[in-house]
Design a protein around this ligand. Sequence first.
Ligand SMILES: C[C@@](CO)(OP(=O)(O)O)[C@H](O)COP(=O)(O)OP(=O)(O)OC[C@H]1O[C@@H](n2ccc(N)nc2=O)[C@H](O)[C@@H]1O
Ligand SMILES: Nc1ncnc2c1ncn2[C@@H]1O[C@H](COP(=O)(O)OP(=O)(O)O)[C@@H](O)[C@H]1O
Length: 305
Amino acid sequence: MTQALTEAPVPGIDLKPGIERSATACAKLNLSLHVVGRRADGYHLLESLVVFVETGDELTISSAPADTLDISGPFAGSLQGGPNILHQALTLLRTAASQCASLVPPLAIHLRKNLPVASGIGGGSADAAALLRMLLPGLPKPAQIHVATACVQLGADVPMCLLQQPAIARGVGENLQPLPNMPRLPIVMVNPGIAVSTPVIFGRLEQRNNAPMQPVPDIGFATASELLAFLAASRNDLQLPASQLAPEILTALAALDFAGARLSRMSGSGATVFGIFETGQAADHAARTLAHSHPAWWVKATTTL
Ligand SMILES: C[C@@](CO)(OP(=O)(O)O)[C@H](O)COP(=O)(O)OP(=O)(O)OC[C@H]1O[C@@H](n2ccc(N)nc2=O)[C@H](O)[C@@H]1O
Ligand SMILES: Nc1ncnc2c1ncn2[C@@H]1O[C@H](COP(=O)(O)OP(=O)(O)O)[C@@H](O)[C@H]1O
Protein backbone atom coordinates (compact mmCIF):
# COMPACT_ATOMS: atom_id res chain seq x y z
CA MET A 1 0.00 0.00 0.00
CA THR A 2 1.33 3.44 -0.87
CA GLN A 3 1.37 5.80 2.09
CA ALA A 4 0.62 9.49 1.46
CA LEU A 5 3.83 11.46 1.92
CA THR A 6 2.27 13.89 4.39
CA GLU A 7 1.03 11.08 6.65
CA ALA A 8 4.37 9.36 7.04
CA PRO A 9 6.35 9.91 10.22
CA VAL A 10 9.03 12.50 9.51
CA PRO A 11 12.16 12.35 11.63
CA GLY A 12 13.23 15.76 10.26
CA ILE A 13 16.74 17.13 10.07
CA ASP A 14 17.96 20.05 12.09
CA LEU A 15 18.72 22.82 9.61
CA LYS A 16 17.87 25.84 11.73
CA PRO A 17 19.57 29.10 10.70
CA GLY A 18 23.21 29.08 11.76
CA ILE A 19 23.49 25.29 11.92
CA GLU A 20 25.75 23.69 9.35
CA ARG A 21 25.94 20.04 8.34
CA SER A 22 28.95 18.52 6.63
CA ALA A 23 29.72 15.28 4.83
CA THR A 24 32.64 13.79 2.96
CA ALA A 25 31.90 12.68 -0.58
CA CYS A 26 34.36 9.79 -0.67
CA ALA A 27 36.04 8.89 -3.96
CA LYS A 28 34.98 5.61 -5.58
CA LEU A 29 37.41 3.07 -6.96
CA ASN A 30 36.42 0.35 -9.40
CA LEU A 31 38.87 -2.37 -8.33
CA SER A 32 37.58 -4.33 -11.32
CA LEU A 33 35.20 -3.36 -14.11
CA HIS A 34 33.97 -5.89 -16.67
CA VAL A 35 31.76 -4.66 -19.52
CA VAL A 36 29.48 -7.60 -20.19
CA GLY A 37 26.79 -6.25 -22.53
CA ARG A 38 24.84 -3.27 -23.70
CA ARG A 39 21.24 -2.17 -23.16
CA ALA A 40 18.96 -1.06 -25.97
CA ASP A 41 19.37 2.57 -24.81
CA GLY A 42 23.15 2.37 -25.31
CA TYR A 43 24.10 2.09 -21.62
CA HIS A 44 26.58 -0.69 -20.91
CA LEU A 45 26.03 -3.59 -18.53
CA LEU A 46 28.80 -3.85 -15.97
CA GLU A 47 30.15 -6.13 -13.29
CA SER A 48 32.34 -4.13 -10.97
CA LEU A 49 33.89 -4.52 -7.54
CA VAL A 50 33.65 -1.04 -6.04
CA VAL A 51 35.19 0.36 -2.87
CA PHE A 52 35.46 3.84 -1.39
CA VAL A 53 38.45 5.65 0.05
CA GLU A 54 38.86 8.19 2.85
CA THR A 55 39.84 10.93 0.38
CA GLY A 56 36.94 12.94 -0.99
CA ASP A 57 35.22 16.25 -1.60
CA GLU A 58 33.76 18.10 1.39
CA LEU A 59 30.17 19.28 1.33
CA THR A 60 28.64 21.73 3.81
CA ILE A 61 25.01 22.84 3.85
CA SER A 62 22.99 25.34 5.87
CA SER A 63 19.54 26.82 5.41
CA ALA A 64 19.46 30.14 3.54
CA PRO A 65 16.98 32.59 1.99
CA ALA A 66 17.66 31.08 -1.47
CA ASP A 67 19.72 28.27 -2.97
CA THR A 68 23.40 29.11 -3.48
CA LEU A 69 26.38 26.98 -4.43
CA ASP A 70 29.93 28.11 -3.93
CA ILE A 71 32.90 25.96 -4.81
CA SER A 72 36.44 26.13 -3.50
CA GLY A 73 39.40 23.76 -3.42
CA PRO A 74 42.11 22.65 -5.83
CA PHE A 75 39.71 21.56 -8.61
CA ALA A 76 37.06 24.29 -8.23
CA GLY A 77 38.28 25.83 -11.48
CA SER A 78 37.14 22.77 -13.48
CA LEU A 79 33.53 23.34 -12.42
CA GLN A 80 32.95 27.05 -12.86
CA GLY A 81 29.97 27.91 -15.02
CA GLY A 82 28.68 24.46 -16.02
CA PRO A 83 25.56 22.84 -14.57
CA ASN A 84 26.32 21.09 -11.29
CA ILE A 85 24.95 17.67 -10.39
CA LEU A 86 24.17 19.06 -6.90
CA HIS A 87 21.34 21.13 -8.42
CA GLN A 88 19.91 18.00 -10.05
CA ALA A 89 20.13 16.17 -6.73
CA LEU A 90 18.19 18.99 -5.01
CA THR A 91 15.52 18.89 -7.71
CA LEU A 92 15.15 15.13 -7.23
CA LEU A 93 14.75 15.57 -3.46
CA ARG A 94 12.20 18.37 -3.87
CA THR A 95 10.19 16.40 -6.42
CA ALA A 96 10.09 13.43 -4.06
CA ALA A 97 9.08 15.67 -1.14
CA SER A 98 6.63 17.70 -3.20
CA GLN A 99 3.82 17.41 -0.66
CA CYS A 100 6.02 18.77 2.11
CA ALA A 101 8.41 21.16 0.35
CA SER A 102 9.57 22.66 3.65
CA LEU A 103 11.52 19.44 4.28
CA VAL A 104 14.04 20.54 1.67
CA PRO A 105 14.42 24.28 2.41
CA PRO A 106 16.53 26.67 0.32
CA LEU A 107 20.15 25.81 0.97
CA ALA A 108 23.55 27.46 0.97
CA ILE A 109 25.84 24.69 -0.29
CA HIS A 110 29.60 24.85 -0.08
CA LEU A 111 31.60 22.30 -2.04
CA ARG A 112 35.31 21.90 -1.48
CA LYS A 113 36.39 20.18 -4.69
CA ASN A 114 39.40 18.07 -3.73
CA LEU A 115 38.93 15.38 -6.40
CA PRO A 116 39.96 15.82 -10.03
CA VAL A 117 36.93 16.20 -12.30
CA ALA A 118 35.97 13.65 -14.99
CA SER A 119 38.56 11.23 -13.67
CA GLY A 120 36.91 7.84 -13.07
CA ILE A 121 36.52 8.19 -9.30
CA GLY A 122 32.92 9.33 -9.32
CA GLY A 123 33.50 12.82 -7.94
CA GLY A 124 30.23 14.38 -9.13
CA SER A 125 28.24 11.27 -8.24
CA ALA A 126 29.82 11.23 -4.77
CA ASP A 127 28.90 14.91 -4.27
CA ALA A 128 25.27 14.25 -5.25
CA ALA A 129 25.14 11.17 -3.01
CA ALA A 130 26.61 13.07 -0.04
CA LEU A 131 23.89 15.72 -0.39
CA LEU A 132 21.21 13.02 -0.61
CA ARG A 133 22.63 11.26 2.48
CA MET A 134 22.42 14.50 4.50
CA LEU A 135 18.86 15.37 3.46
CA LEU A 136 17.16 11.98 3.04
CA PRO A 137 16.63 11.33 6.78
CA GLY A 138 14.33 14.38 6.86
CA LEU A 139 12.01 12.93 4.23
CA PRO A 140 9.13 10.51 4.80
CA LYS A 141 9.98 6.85 4.12
CA PRO A 142 8.16 6.60 0.75
CA ALA A 143 10.01 9.67 -0.51
CA GLN A 144 13.32 8.20 0.69
CA ILE A 145 12.62 5.02 -1.26
CA HIS A 146 11.65 7.03 -4.34
CA VAL A 147 14.92 8.99 -4.21
CA ALA A 148 17.03 5.86 -3.61
CA THR A 149 15.47 4.24 -6.69
CA ALA A 150 15.42 7.31 -8.93
CA CYS A 151 18.92 8.61 -8.14
CA VAL A 152 20.42 6.46 -10.92
CA GLN A 153 18.91 9.06 -13.27
CA LEU A 154 21.45 11.57 -11.92
CA GLY A 155 24.27 9.22 -12.98
CA ALA A 156 24.91 5.48 -13.07
CA ASP A 157 27.44 5.83 -10.23
CA VAL A 158 25.11 7.69 -7.83
CA PRO A 159 23.43 4.60 -6.24
CA MET A 160 26.81 3.05 -5.35
CA CYS A 161 28.02 6.40 -3.96
CA LEU A 162 24.84 6.65 -1.89
CA LEU A 163 25.71 3.25 -0.39
CA GLN A 164 29.39 4.25 0.00
CA GLN A 165 30.37 0.72 1.02
CA PRO A 166 32.26 -2.09 -0.72
CA ALA A 167 29.89 -3.75 -3.18
CA ILE A 168 29.50 -5.65 -6.40
CA ALA A 169 27.71 -3.40 -8.90
CA ARG A 170 25.78 -4.93 -11.78
CA GLY A 171 23.29 -3.63 -14.35
CA VAL A 172 24.43 -0.16 -15.36
CA GLY A 173 25.71 0.23 -11.79
CA GLU A 174 22.43 0.40 -9.88
CA ASN A 175 22.13 -3.26 -8.93
CA LEU A 176 24.22 -3.41 -5.75
CA GLN A 177 25.31 -6.32 -3.59
CA PRO A 178 27.09 -4.99 -0.47
CA LEU A 179 30.08 -7.04 0.67
CA PRO A 180 30.18 -7.46 4.45
CA ASN A 181 33.90 -8.30 4.59
CA MET A 182 36.58 -6.28 2.89
CA PRO A 183 40.14 -5.69 4.14
CA ARG A 184 41.13 -2.04 4.43
CA LEU A 185 43.72 -1.41 1.74
CA PRO A 186 46.53 1.16 1.62
CA ILE A 187 46.09 2.92 -1.71
CA VAL A 188 47.88 5.48 -3.85
CA MET A 189 45.69 7.28 -6.41
CA VAL A 190 47.35 9.02 -9.35
CA ASN A 191 45.74 11.23 -11.97
CA PRO A 192 48.16 12.20 -14.70
CA GLY A 193 46.41 15.55 -15.17
CA ILE A 194 43.98 14.55 -17.92
CA ALA A 195 40.18 14.71 -17.88
CA VAL A 196 38.56 11.97 -19.97
CA SER A 197 34.92 11.79 -20.97
CA THR A 198 33.05 8.66 -19.79
CA PRO A 199 30.81 8.37 -22.92
CA VAL A 200 33.84 8.80 -25.19
CA ILE A 201 35.67 5.91 -23.48
CA PHE A 202 32.60 3.61 -23.57
CA GLY A 203 32.21 4.57 -27.23
CA ARG A 204 35.76 3.42 -28.03
CA LEU A 205 35.22 -0.12 -26.69
CA GLU A 206 35.89 -2.70 -29.37
CA GLN A 207 34.26 -5.57 -27.48
CA ARG A 208 31.05 -5.11 -25.45
CA ASN A 209 30.34 -8.71 -24.46
CA ASN A 210 33.38 -9.53 -22.40
CA ALA A 211 33.84 -12.42 -19.99
CA PRO A 212 32.10 -11.84 -16.64
CA MET A 213 33.90 -11.46 -13.32
CA GLN A 214 34.53 -14.62 -11.37
CA PRO A 215 31.90 -15.11 -8.64
CA VAL A 216 32.65 -13.16 -5.46
CA PRO A 217 32.06 -14.97 -2.16
CA ASP A 218 28.86 -13.53 -0.56
CA ILE A 219 30.83 -12.77 2.56
CA GLY A 220 33.49 -10.80 0.63
CA PHE A 221 37.20 -11.17 1.35
CA ALA A 222 38.88 -11.87 4.70
CA THR A 223 42.42 -10.82 3.74
CA ALA A 224 44.20 -8.54 1.30
CA SER A 225 45.92 -11.58 -0.24
CA GLU A 226 42.56 -13.23 -0.98
CA LEU A 227 41.30 -10.03 -2.55
CA LEU A 228 44.49 -9.53 -4.58
CA ALA A 229 44.25 -13.09 -5.94
CA PHE A 230 40.69 -12.34 -7.06
CA LEU A 231 41.71 -9.03 -8.63
CA ALA A 232 44.63 -10.62 -10.50
CA ALA A 233 42.02 -12.67 -12.40
CA SER A 234 39.84 -9.63 -13.16
CA ARG A 235 40.17 -6.57 -15.41
CA ASN A 236 39.06 -3.07 -16.16
CA ASP A 237 37.73 -3.37 -19.72
CA LEU A 238 37.82 0.42 -20.11
CA GLN A 239 41.58 0.59 -19.44
CA LEU A 240 42.60 -0.27 -23.01
CA PRO A 241 40.37 2.27 -24.82
CA ALA A 242 41.23 4.95 -22.22
CA SER A 243 44.99 4.40 -22.46
CA GLN A 244 44.84 4.42 -26.27
CA LEU A 245 43.34 7.90 -25.99
CA ALA A 246 45.52 9.02 -23.08
CA PRO A 247 48.83 7.06 -23.03
CA GLU A 248 49.83 8.91 -19.85
CA ILE A 249 47.61 6.35 -18.08
CA LEU A 250 50.18 3.66 -18.91
CA THR A 251 52.99 5.89 -17.65
CA ALA A 252 51.15 6.35 -14.35
CA LEU A 253 50.48 2.60 -14.01
CA ALA A 254 54.15 1.81 -14.67
CA ALA A 255 55.19 4.42 -12.10
CA LEU A 256 52.94 2.82 -9.46
CA ASP A 257 54.41 -0.61 -10.23
CA PHE A 258 57.92 0.78 -9.99
CA ALA A 259 57.03 2.40 -6.65
CA GLY A 260 56.11 -1.04 -5.24
CA ALA A 261 52.36 -1.47 -5.80
CA ARG A 262 51.13 -5.05 -5.37
CA LEU A 263 48.52 -4.34 -8.05
CA SER A 264 47.89 -1.26 -10.22
CA ARG A 265 44.82 -0.58 -12.36
CA MET A 266 42.70 2.23 -13.77
CA SER A 267 39.45 3.19 -12.01
CA GLY A 268 36.20 3.63 -13.97
CA SER A 269 36.68 5.30 -17.34
CA GLY A 270 39.94 6.90 -16.12
CA ALA A 271 42.23 8.59 -16.18
CA THR A 272 42.81 8.08 -12.43
CA VAL A 273 44.80 4.93 -11.64
CA PHE A 274 45.39 3.33 -8.26
CA GLY A 275 48.00 1.11 -6.66
CA ILE A 276 47.37 -1.24 -3.74
CA PHE A 277 50.29 -1.27 -1.30
CA GLU A 278 51.40 -3.64 1.43
CA THR A 279 51.30 -1.05 4.24
CA GLY A 280 50.21 2.53 4.83
CA GLN A 281 53.85 3.48 5.27
CA ALA A 282 54.74 2.01 1.85
CA ALA A 283 51.82 3.91 0.27
CA ASP A 284 52.88 7.21 1.91
CA HIS A 285 56.45 6.71 0.76
CA ALA A 286 55.39 5.86 -2.82
CA ALA A 287 53.06 8.88 -2.96
CA ARG A 288 55.85 11.23 -1.83
CA THR A 289 58.25 9.78 -4.43
CA LEU A 290 55.69 9.98 -7.26
CA ALA A 291 54.64 13.53 -6.38
CA HIS A 292 58.28 14.58 -6.37
CA SER A 293 59.12 12.92 -9.71
CA HIS A 294 55.87 14.03 -11.43
CA PRO A 295 54.90 17.45 -10.04
CA ALA A 296 52.09 17.85 -12.61
CA TRP A 297 50.29 14.69 -11.41
CA TRP A 298 47.64 14.55 -8.70
CA VAL A 299 48.94 11.96 -6.23
CA LYS A 300 47.15 10.90 -3.04
CA ALA A 301 47.91 8.23 -0.46
CA THR A 302 44.72 7.03 1.20
CA THR A 303 42.94 3.99 2.67
CA THR A 304 39.78 2.18 1.61
CA LEU A 305 36.76 2.45 3.94
C1 LIG B 1 32.45 4.15 -15.81
C2 LIG B 1 31.90 4.30 -14.43
C3 LIG B 1 32.13 3.00 -13.63
O1 LIG B 1 31.72 3.10 -12.29
O2 LIG B 1 32.53 5.30 -13.65
P1 LIG B 1 33.24 6.75 -13.96
O3 LIG B 1 34.32 6.57 -14.95
O4 LIG B 1 32.18 7.68 -14.45
O5 LIG B 1 33.76 7.20 -12.62
C4 LIG B 1 30.36 4.54 -14.47
O6 LIG B 1 29.73 3.46 -15.10
C5 LIG B 1 29.91 5.80 -15.13
O7 LIG B 1 28.92 6.34 -14.33
P2 LIG B 1 28.46 7.89 -14.49
O8 LIG B 1 29.65 8.74 -14.75
O9 LIG B 1 27.61 8.21 -13.32
O10 LIG B 1 27.66 7.75 -15.82
P3 LIG B 1 26.41 8.58 -16.40
O11 LIG B 1 26.57 10.02 -16.08
O12 LIG B 1 25.12 7.89 -16.03
O13 LIG B 1 26.63 8.31 -17.95
C6 LIG B 1 27.51 9.05 -18.76
C7 LIG B 1 27.59 8.31 -20.07
O14 LIG B 1 28.43 7.15 -19.92
C8 LIG B 1 27.94 6.07 -20.66
N1 LIG B 1 27.63 4.96 -19.74
C9 LIG B 1 27.59 5.15 -18.39
C10 LIG B 1 27.35 4.08 -17.55
C11 LIG B 1 27.12 2.79 -18.12
N2 LIG B 1 26.88 1.73 -17.34
N3 LIG B 1 27.15 2.64 -19.46
C12 LIG B 1 27.42 3.69 -20.28
O15 LIG B 1 27.47 3.51 -21.48
C13 LIG B 1 26.72 6.57 -21.41
O16 LIG B 1 27.15 6.99 -22.68
C14 LIG B 1 26.29 7.77 -20.60
O17 LIG B 1 25.62 8.73 -21.38
N1 LIG C 1 29.91 18.37 -8.42
C1 LIG C 1 30.54 17.92 -9.52
N2 LIG C 1 31.75 17.36 -9.43
C2 LIG C 1 32.37 16.86 -10.54
N3 LIG C 1 31.86 16.92 -11.77
C3 LIG C 1 30.66 17.48 -11.93
C4 LIG C 1 29.94 18.00 -10.82
N4 LIG C 1 28.79 18.48 -11.28
C5 LIG C 1 28.78 18.27 -12.60
N5 LIG C 1 29.89 17.68 -13.01
C6 LIG C 1 30.22 17.26 -14.40
O1 LIG C 1 30.17 15.83 -14.44
C7 LIG C 1 31.13 15.32 -15.35
C8 LIG C 1 31.75 14.05 -14.78
O2 LIG C 1 32.55 14.41 -13.68
P1 LIG C 1 32.94 13.39 -12.51
O3 LIG C 1 31.74 12.99 -11.75
O4 LIG C 1 34.06 14.02 -11.73
O5 LIG C 1 33.49 12.19 -13.37
P2 LIG C 1 33.93 10.73 -13.00
O6 LIG C 1 32.73 9.98 -12.58
O7 LIG C 1 34.53 10.19 -14.27
O8 LIG C 1 34.97 10.85 -11.91
C9 LIG C 1 32.14 16.43 -15.61
O9 LIG C 1 32.10 16.74 -16.98
C10 LIG C 1 31.67 17.62 -14.78
O10 LIG C 1 31.68 18.83 -15.48
